[in-house]
Design a protein around this ligand. Structure first.
Ligand code: F6P
Length: 568
């Protein structure tokens, strides 16, 4: 167990003696000029700066001892070799195989995953070529120009995040293509969107690993109803206007999606790890298969780094272990993700699912309750925007947190702009870099950043305590390749932490009960509307809310009735 390891005790002692008494500023002074070189690493076009963390080099030595005592190298091997790293579902987690460019590939149930993956990529290529060439025609022979991805969670946030981040890498196509994403269960997104779309030129990708998720199937059903308004046959609808992306070809078939319109993922790929599979079809359609393969290549490079690099220089391991330090030694329960790039607006949301759905767990491999804190609360936004939203709390609030600053050094605006616009955009990038670095510095040093000013002269509400830990991750530039590496960096960070906490990062049983209760609650709502009565009772609050729904619904129906019958 983690807490019984000698490394654990050494870490706790080290914190009490060497770290706790000294604010970050003092650690910096003590670390001198070499602190940055001692506590930063570079690999695969990514710089990882941990020098603004409340650590010393010795802290990392002890953290890596803990990683070894938790048998991390063996666990990493198990992940790549197709070992059962998802014991509650008796499955491997082989998102890494999806981006492996050459064999040997792990086998699952005797099946060579390499062949499955290659066939699927060829299938995606076929669909991408057809759409790009304007040969994917709607029911009346018009070329498709709008792709709507219907999915939720890992079947939505991943592809949407990458499509948004890599908009500048959109590939040339015969007809301009529009990419839209629908996920919300209430239908509000779809309803708004359908007003601006044409049935003849729209194709829907129904993206769902299980192909049973209520949100996605409800949105797909509504899309089908909308198509039926102008398209006479369901056969024409599903042949021309639906693509399916799922681990269940039989369910896609049963829903009417022909095999030629299906792309795949498999049970051995977690939903929140699936953008590298058929779930990534919107990405391939947007940036082309060559761009998609660049994304895969960037992730593969980080996989190789993670698998082969000694822990002392292993970026995912170092990022993970400094997280363990912050969560389990410094007891920080919140982490904010701050990408200083508007193109990465959805990244915090993506990482929220990746981290919290993976490591938001309390049960360890032997079924016992963990004594350690696990995943922190992860939230975030575009860094420069967050400066005008919740940085007040970060600088002067009470909750303890740590931050990840993520920024590309270079941004090459596409050629369409005039020289002066390009120059202005370059200024904006310099502004952006300056703010990113300044904010992490002020979080760290607080008032002491202004050496010449005596904080005692300031009124209390103008003081900055500082001493807030942060990591800075710099990409040379945001490209399909570097984004692939960045996402894989976080995937492996999450896996490493799960090994230390001895939890399963690949299942998500915690999402099931709410879905189940929603079914009985729906029945009650429908029964009450049909019969004005319901014999099902829940609890005072739920019953009260259901009655309130009845009252509002009936009052509204009465108003309409009155209007229709000219009653006051
Ligand atoms: O409810 C949670 C979840 O199962 C996620 O793990 C998953 O990414 C999402 O729902 C969507 O699931 P599916 O791709 O099966 O529709």
């Amino acid at each position: 167990m983690t807490t019984t390891t000698t490394a654990w005790q050494a870490l706790a002692d080290h914190y009490q003696q060497d770290i706790r008494p000294y604010p970050l500023k003092q650690l910096f002074d003590a670390g001198g000029e070499s602190r940055f070189t001692d506590l930063s690493w570079q690999a695969e076009g990514i710089l990882l700066d941990l020098s603004k963390q409340r650590i010393q080099p010795k802290s990392l030595d002890l953290l890596l001892q803990l990683a070894r005592q938790r048998q991390l190298p063996k666990a990493i091997e198990r992940l790549f070799n197709g070992g059962i790293v998802n014991p509650s579902e008796l499955r491997p987690a082989l998102h890494t195989a999806l981006r492996q460019s050459q064999g040997p590939y792990p086998k699952v149930d005797g099946q060579d995953t390499g062949q499955l993956i290659a066939d699927n990529l060829a299938n995606m290529q076929r669909i991408v070529n057809k759409v790009h060439a304007g040969e994917w025609l709607g029911y009346n022979g018009q070329a498709i120009n709008t792709i709507v991805n219907i999915g939720v969670g890992g079947s939505d946030v991943g592809p949407q995040m990458v499509c948004q981040a890599l908009d500048e890498f959109k590939t040339e196509t015969k007809f301009p293509l529009k990419f839209l994403f629908v996920s919300s269960l209430d239908g509000s997104q779809l309803a708004e969107m359908l007003q601006h779309l044409s049935q003849a030129t729209t194709v829907f990708i129904v993206a769902s690993k299980t192909f049973t998720t209520v949100d996605t199937m409800a949105n797909a059903k509504t899309a089908k109803a909308w198509l039926r308004k102008t398209i006479p046959s369901d056969k024409a609808i599903t042949e021309h206007h639906f693509i399916g992306s799922s681990a269940h070809p039989e369910r896609m078939h049963a829903w009417g999606i022909p095999q030629a319109n299906q792309v795949a993922l498999w049970d051995w790929v977690g939903g929140r790890y699936s953008l590298w599979s058929g779930i990534g079809l919107p990405i391939a359609l947007k940036i082309g298969m060559a761009g998609f393969k660049q994304l895969l290549a960037g992730a593969e490079a980080m996989d190789k780094h993670y698998k082969t690099t000694p822990l002392e220089h292993n970026l995912p391991v170092l990022l993970a272990m400094v997280g363990i330090w912050n969560i389990n030694i410094l007891r920080l329960k919140a982490q904010t993700i701050l990408p200083y790039d508007g193109r990465l607006k959805i990244l915090p949301n993506y990482l929220s699912q990746l981290e919290m759905e993976s490591n938001g767990k309390t049960v360890t491999s032997d079924g016992s309750h963990t004594s350690l804190d696990t995943s922190p609360v992860i939230w975030g936004d575009v860094g420069a925007n967050a400066q005008h939203a919740y940085f007040q709390l970060l600088h002067q609030g009470t909750p303890a947190f740590y931050a990840d600053f993520i920024v590309p050094v270079r941004r090459t605006p596409s050629n369409g702009y005039s020289k002066s616009t390009q120059a202005q955009l370059q200024c904006q990038q310099e502004l952006n870099l300056a703010n990113c670095i300044a904010q992490s510095r002020v979080l760290m040093m607080g008032d002491s950043v202004l050496q010449w000013e005596d904080p005692c002269d300031k009124s209390p509400d103008r003081l900055y305590p500082g001493n807030h830990a942060s990591t800075t991750i710099m990409l040379d530039e945001l490209t399909p390749y570097s984004l692939g590496s960045l996402i894989a960096l976080y995937e492996h960070k999450v896996y490493t932490q799960a090994v230390i906490w001895d939890i399963n990062p690949f299942d998500q049983w915690g999402v099931e009960l709410g879905k189940q209760i929603a079914k009985t609650t729906l029945k009650a709502i429908q029964q009450r509307q049909q019969t004005m009565a319901c014999d099902e009772h829940f609890d005072a609050s739920t019953d009260g809310l259901l009655s309130h729904i009845d009252t509002c619904t009936h009052a509204h129906q009465q108003t309409i009735l009155n209007k229709n019958t000219g009653q006051p």
